[in-house]
Design a binder for this molecule. Sequence first.
Ligand code: ZN
Length: 216
Amino acid sequence: MFIGHFALGFAAKRAAPRLSVAVLLAAAQLADLVWPFLVALGIEQVRIDPGNTAFTPLDFVSYPYSHSLLFLCIWGVVFGVICALIIRSAFSGVVVAALVVSHWVLDWITHRPDMPLYPGGPKVGLGLWNSVAATVAIESLLFAAGVWIYVRSTRARDAIGRRAFAAFIGFILAAYAGAMGPPPPSVNALVAVSIGGATVIMLWAWWFDRHRSPLA
Ligand SMILES: [Zn+2]
């Protein structure tokens, strides 16, 4: 899943208004932020395999540390505690931890059975990706709902808060459409695009969120 993770990050702004939406999006996407680095280091493996499911040309051979339920619970506690200590809000820490674990739940719904419960353990997945139409429909609905909650929970203070935010939504949707295009030419290209894209997305989200005030 891709924009579905963003949906939960956006929606969480209502529950944790003092955290930048960049932090909330990073929590929901933590698994996919860590993953390209582990692939680059050779700790986790991915293969380009057009037709692996209808939606993705990627075969996630092994990703126990970025994508197992056990490790996402661990990363969730670590990231949640760090955020709770920084902004002195235990509840916000719980929100962040839940977002990190939510990544596993959404990926479990979308992936074929390649999502490990724990390293070396059974792999599960409901395979929503076998249908492009169902994937796009469900993710788009989730995304629209998440963005709507964010818009209702914050107010633009200036033009950046409006335009940089709107452009961000356009960029995410374009990236989502791009993910349905031709498969990446190599694993190295995939890693580079993943790390570069994530950096741009997080800085951009940090920027527009600073120009919007929480209403809560
Ligand atoms: Zn993922």
